[in-house]
Design a protein around this ligand. Structure first.
Ligand code: PNW
Length: 481
């Protein structure tokens, strides 16, 4: 990545990589870990590519020291990992704490700090304890308080050393894929209803956790808390068509705005969501005020509950209007949205079908976030490129992708004045890529899943990322006198 001008990145820029517990840890029933919804989901045949599951994954539960070597080889300044809620609290509640789970994350955190790597911890990355799902999961109003006590436990136990927290990863994906489409755990297919309830309870949970940190832990620990929101960049399919332009705004509101607007702008959902859903409630015979819940005045507001903006960006879409199409008569999230995102045929596709490679979409999205939602620092908490089919350790296309993407991030900083503080590549390792199992590889390190050693081998893209980090670190090192 020699062409990249690293001097545009601020001196204290965070160079990271990210992972998530269920995707790497394995050890699914070891040392007292309780099952999560992803264990249950994968153990039913026909849901995941070739019935793969995360029972062993990269075995990071036992091979953490190998992961640490990878982190050091890259020279990362930051590492983003998630805690397996049910490894720490097997039934999801603080009534039962698993000391081996506490010991595992203590070791990980202590090792990172000893190696001068700053940990960023995600409390929830898609893996709800099954015991809580059995009580209604994210559709139950009680979940917000249960999450708050889990978060409080983590702040209390690890917060002396962990200063960067993500409460929830991608509430959009959990709500839409897990509770509308049913393609992600817990596999609920309840179009147009459960999706909004899930999103709402996730926002309530995040809000409570942030307030707990703010009131009880920030004064002593001095850390920062946010939630990681995923978003595509979106543009009208036909730029001359006003309906496509309006549909694009709705598409943005129904994805990023759904969570960003309550937290960063108004304390409530975007107006276009309220408007569309209420209108369709009339058309479809639902009660006014139903489906998209209201925030209670008795609870703390989500407004202002983030100390930085955490963004996961993978791809872009061209948006076409669907507001008067057939879908409109069906009860569904997409029907409410009245818009559909499609891939521009000129965009190259990386491994998975949904991931069209559009690095300049990230620059546009960063500027849009700054202009629309927040002037807080932006942390890119995930971005990456996948490989499918034969393993290529010399992954020229992924290397090019990182070069192009970092160039766009650099332009956002230097030309658009966006305050980007961090970049976390997804992912440190090839891992369990949800429905695609181990068939889709996002790692900077290859993992050989065919042998029990699960050997990690750096890809060319990993070597090049390490070179960028080292160049930036050497150029910004204080000059010795
Ligand atoms: C993110 N989609 O999720 C997650 O945070 C990671 O766990 C995941 O491995 C990564 O992106 C790559 O997929 C997504 O189907 C999962 O559009 C699915 C989609 C998007 C993001």
């Amino acid at each position: 990545m020699s062409a990249l001008d690293v001097t545009v990145f601020p001196k204290d820029f965070a160079w990271g990589a990210a992972t998530a517990a269920y995707q790497i840890e394995g050890g699914w029933n070891m040392d007292g870990r309780g099952p999560s919804v992803w264990d249950t989901f994968c153990h039913v045949k026909g849901r995941v590519f070739e019935d793969h599951n995360g029972d062993v994954a990269c075995n990071s539960y036992q091979l953490w020291k190998e992961d640490l070597k990878c982190i050091q080889q890259l020279g990362l300044t930051h590492y983003r990992l998630s805690i397996s809620w049910s490894r720490l609290l097997p039934d999801g509640t603080t009534n039962h704490v698993n000391p081996k789970g506490v010991a595992y994350y203590n070791e990980v955190i202590d090792d990172l700090i000893a190696c001068d790597v700053t940990p960023m911890i995600t409390l929830y990355h898609m893996d709800l304890p099954q015991a809580l799902q059995d009580l209604g999961g994210w559709n139950s109003g009680d979940i917000a308080d249960i999450f708050e006590s889990y978060a409080r436990f983590c702040f209390k136990t690890f917060g002396d050393r962990v200063k960067l927290w993500i409460t929830l990863n991608e509430p959009y994906v959990c709500a839409k894929l897990g509770h509308e489409d049913g393609t992600f755990a817990p596999g609920i297919k309840d179009p147009g209803i459960s999706v909004y309830l899930t999103g709402h309870n996730m926002l309530r949970a995040h809000t409570k956790a942030w307030h707990t940190y703010n009131a009880h832990f920030r004064p002593l620990q001095g850390g920062q808390v946010s939630l990681a929101l995923n978003s595509d960049w979106a543009e009208p399919l036909n730029p001359d068509c006003p309906k496509d332009a309006e549909a694009t705004e709705r598409y943005k509101d129904f994805t990023l705005g759904w969570f960003a607007c309550p937290v960063f702008c108004t304390g409530d959902y975007p107006e276009s969501m309220r408007f569309r859903i209420e209108n369709r409630n009339l058309d479809l015979g639902y009660k006014q005020g139903s489906r998209l819940p209201h925030f209670s005045k008795e609870e703390p507001t989500p407004l202002g509950t983030a100390d930085f903006f955490a963004l996961n960006y993978y791809t872009s879409r061209k948006v076409k209007d669907l507001s008067s199409a057939g879908k409109n008569n069906e009860l569904s999230f997409v029907g409410d949205q009245g818009a559909e995102g499609v891939v521009d045929p000129s965009w190259p596709i990386s491994g998975v079908h949904w991931l069209a490679v559009v690095p300049d979409g990230l620059r546009k999205l960063l500027k849009c976030i700054k202009d629309t939602y927040s002037s807080l620092p932006i942390y890119i908490t995930e971005n990456g490129f996948s490989q499918m089919g034969p393993v290529q350790i010399e992954d020229a296309d992924r290397s090019q992708f990182y070069q192009d993407t970092l160039q766009e991030v650099g332009k956002a900083i230097s030309q658009d004045g966006v305050n980007v503080k961090a970049y976390f590549a997804w992912s440190l390792l090839d891992n369990f890529e949800w429905n695609d199992g181990f068939n889709v590889r996002f790692g900077l390190f290859h993992v050989d899943f065919s042998t029990p050693e699960l050997k990690r081998t750096i890809y060319r893209s990993g070597r090049e990322y390490a070179a960028v980090i080292s160049k930036h670190r050497s150029q910004t090192k204080p000059k010795s006198v």
